[in-house]
Structure formats: structure tokens, C-alpha cells
Design a protein around this ligand. Structure first.
Ligand code: GUN
Length: 302
């Protein structure tokens, strides 16, 4: 058996098309486009590439999406002051501070300073609490929400219900919110991490396996229950002998493909979903904040 490929490129493109429609509807009703500000402190090359892409894709979909760049030695109070100004700006719906931040800045203090209703990353404690408690209005972190969309699209609603899920990784960015989304969808969820004993045996019980630890090839075919849905969040740059690098997932794709029922490739799986979800979160935040009715692009997709 060869697993079905879960095509994040196609689903990401479909979601972006829905976001563009929603942004246009919002613009017609509110008299301005949804506004997103992405703050980059310092010049980390990977972060530079990510934020440039967020700005460009956002603009292409009709958002007022802009990067603000600050030097690596920006004092924390200056950053907090800028966030306060964006919180108070009625034309701004989404604020994202790119992580990691330089050492003089406490990321938790920065995240906590963002208006929760503009926190399109879903990292603010209020949004974490809304997700865990099942309260309305949660903005959910982009990468795990993108994984959840791919799973819903692949399996349908009913097939998450009562299924066993194993989430490998417990980061605040991916593992923990992923586990909460699966729990909210009535899956039976186990979270594995670096101290977990016998992770392969636990993983092998799971109808749904999400790997998010950034260790290339850790998940081998013997971790996978035959027919399981496998979502690979890992994207690690691995140097090639001839120079340059390739992107490697946490799952040994070629071996896993023979066992799984459905699997995301790397690249082309989860990656293309993240920015699409960020822009979806921004349009939804714009709609909620201003009381402007706009259909949720994710509802139109699933
Ligand atoms: N750095 C890597 N991924 C992310 C993300 O999703 N949001 C933010 N703010 N920073 C990141």
C-alpha cells in the first residue's frame, strides 16, 4: 500500500483564495483592508525570509500587510511602546512579533503586551486559555491550525471523533496547541516528548500521528500504525555533501509512505499552510474586532 499524499500546496492555495475573497468583502464593508504588522527585531536570515514572505503574500491577497524592521539592539521598552501604539491603532487588526527575539527582550513579556484580539499568532495567554477552555474568540497558532485543517480535509469530521492521536513534541508553538485542537475535535490524545519512554510503541497505537520535534528522520516506519494519517511538521535544514541544503522532516518519508494511509511531504505539506492561516487569522480578527460580518475562509474550505 502507498499512502495518499496530503497536498499542503493545493490546500494552502485554496485557503489563500478564500482569504482574498474575505479580505475583499471586509474591505467593501469596513472601507479599509485588513491590517497586519509583522515586527522583526535583528537580521536573522531565516526570520528575514519568513517575514518578507508574510508581507508579500498578504499584499497579494489584498491585506495591508507590512513588516517593521528594528535593529538587534532595540531596547525592550521601545518594542513594548511600538506594540502599545499598534494596539491603539484602529486600522491594525493583526500584530505578529517574529520569534526568536534577541536576548535583551523577554518574549513572554512581549507576547503578553499584544492585544489578545490582534494576536494573530495565538500565543497570548488569553488565546491559549480560550483554546484550552473551548471559549469563543480564540485565535489559534498558525502551524497547528494548518495541520488541523489538513487532517479535517483528509479524514473528515467523523474520523477525528474517538480516534487515537499521538503528538510528538510539546512546544507552545506547535505541540501543545495541536494536542488541544485534536482534543477539541474529540480525539483521544497522547503527547510525547524527549523524556517519553517507548515513544515508538505509543505512536504505533495512533490513528493520527503529528511529529513536531525538528529531528530529521526520527519517526521510522515501525512507529506508524498501518493506515494512520501522518502529519510531519519538521523542517530542518540538512547540509548536502555537494553543498547547499535540503529540507528534512521528522518522518522518514520513503519508509513511512509504505505503511501510512495518508502523509504530508516535506516540503509541500504543512509549510504552505502556515502563512495562509496567518492571513486567515488576520481577516477573522478584523471581522470580529470591527463587528463586520465576513465568512470564515476555513469554513468555506472544509
Ligand atoms: N518563528 C517561527 N515560527 C513563528 C511563528 O509562527 N510566529 C512567530 N511570531 N515567530 C515564529
Amino acid at each position: 500500500m502507498t499512502a495518499t499524499l496530503i497536498d499542503g500546496k493545493a490546500t494552502g492555495a485554496a485557503l489563500r483564495a478564500r482569504v482574498a475573497e474575505a479580505a475583499e468583502t471586509f474591505g467593501n464593508r469596513a472601507g479599509r483592508p485588513p491590517g497586519l504588522r509583522v515586527i522583526l527585531v535583528g537580521d536573522d536570515p531565516a526570520s528575514q525570509a519568513y517575514v518578507a514572505s508574510k508581507e508579500k503574500v498578504g499584499r497579494g491577497l489584498g491585506l495591508d500587510s507590512r513588516v517593521e524592521r528594528y535593529p538587534a539592539d532595540l531596547p525592550e521598552p521601545d518594542l513594548l511602546g511600538r506594540i502599545a501604539a499598534l494596539n491603539a491603532d484602529p486600522a491594525i487588526d493583526g500584530i505578529l512579533v517574529q520569534l526568536p527575539l534577541p536576548p535583551q527582550i523577554d518574549p513572554q513579556r512581549v507576547i503578553a503586551a499584544i492585544d489578545p484580539d490582534k494576536d494573530v499568532d495565538g500565543f497570548h495567554p488569553v488565546n491559549v486559555g480560550r483554546l484550552v477552555a473551548g471559549l469563543p474568540g480564540a485565535l489559534v497558532p498558525c502551524t497547528p491550525y494548518g495541520c488541523w485543517i489538513l487532517l479535517r480535509q483528509t479524514l473528515g469530521t467523523d474520523r477525528l471523533d474517538g480516534r487515537t492521536a499521538f503528538v510528538l513534541g510539546r512546544s507552545n508553538l506547535v505541540g501543545k496547541p495541536m494536542a488541544q485542537l485534536l482534543l477539541a475535535a474529540n480525539a483521544t490524545v497522547t503527547v510525547g516528548h524527549s523524556r517519553t519512554e517507548h515513544p515508538a510503541a505509543l505512536a504505533r497505537q495512533a490513528d493520527i500521528l503529528v511529529a513536531a520535534v525538528g529531528r530529521p528522520g526520527l519517526v521510522t516506519a515501525d512507529w506508524i500504525k498501518p493506515g494512520a494519517a501522518v502529519i510531519d511538521v519538521g523542517i530542518t535544514r540538512v547540509d548536502k555533501p555537494e553543498g547547499g541544503y535540503r529540507l528534512a522532516g521528522d518522518v522518514d518519508f520513503d519508509a513511512a509512505r509504505a505503511v501510512a494511509g495518508a502523509i504530508t511531504p516535506v516540503p509541500g505539506g504543512v509549510g504552505p499552510m502556515t502563512i495562509a492561516v496567518l492571513l486567515r487569522n488576520t481577516v477573522v480578527a478584523a471581522s470580529r474586532r470591527t463587528g463586520t460580518p465576513v465568512p470564515d475562509p476555513v469554513d468555506l474550505l472544509l
